[in-house]
Design a protein around this ligand. Sequence first.
Ligand code: PMP
Length: 371
Amino acid sequence: MSQNSVNHDPVQPRPVVARLPRYAAGKPPVTVPGLQPFKLSSNENPFGPLDEVKEAVREQTDLNRYPDPLCTALREELSGVIDVPAEDIVTGTGSLGALSQVLATFAGQNEDGVQDEVIFAWRSFEAYPIVVNSAGALPVPVPLLEDGRHDLEAMIEAINENTSVILLCTPNNPTGPSLSQQEVDDFLARVPKNVLVVLDEAYIEFVRSPQAVDGAATYRAHKNVLLLRTFSKAHGLANLRVGYSVAHPEITNYIRVVATPFAVSSVAQDAAIASLRHMDKVLERVDSLVVERERVVAALDELGWTIPRTDANFVWLPLGDKTDAFVELADAQALSVRGFTGEGVRVSIGEAEANDRFIELCRENATLLTV
Ligand code: PMP
């Protein structure tokens, strides 16, 4: 190339980057003198990792070595705990990393220029449009029903010959309801077998609805179903970034080709293994959060607030145009919550004192959701 023909334009991203919504991570709480601040904006586990997990992290010495790229030890441990072949598990940097790998494998722009379409409920996990667009695929958001549940009928109607993946979020972030087994069975019976159906079960340990979908049984029965799970929520390891997908080898063999090498550090892997080996303690903590959740739900119910049935570690307040006002009121109480302007507020279940303060805040502003 001659000197004159050098292009001096600045480096430009792919056009899709300009269209990506920005991920708004949950804010830290505002400092208010005299009040202990609580972060209820990211659905984190308020309990730190188990002592056994901290010990496993402290024992790490070979930080100069790359981790096992296949995360063999963790997959074997998981295989025993959730009763699936280790071969069916692919790990990633959180379940979001696992999902990115799945989309990079099954959804994008094809050689003929046609984009695959990825259907998901909306509002749902806010990273979905980002990772779908980034993969090069076309996001197809389908509005939720009034009560915060997936509109599965409309999702079926959205399927066309370009559909390659459908994301079902159960329980749905940020609204809370889980899908029932019946709903998922009926749905799967109508989905073409060449479409991958992802059940995002980030909050599965918090589910208590008896009719909720059994993800593991569903994936066992269907070659086109994939589960997404994480150590970020129930296990309280959000900072270590470890999650995984579960699907049949016909699916996982392709994902492994695309998966980021060394995505999960040995620190994260050993912490996850230690947590799995003390699952009884993890589930005890989950149970206590579920008790807190039900306490919060009962208090809101008493105030006459109608909120979607939640099976997760958060509640959804459909405050509409009062959303920003509520977020400000919470800030003034040193509680950070997650507002979606014009739609509603998601509040994570936290420490008992945080939940008390949240209930009190709702009591003081009881008319917000009732008028
Ligand atoms: N799926 C859902 C539904 C979520 O709410 C989240 C976290 N907010 C994730 C996936 C990703 O979590 P992680 O990457 O930490 O596993």
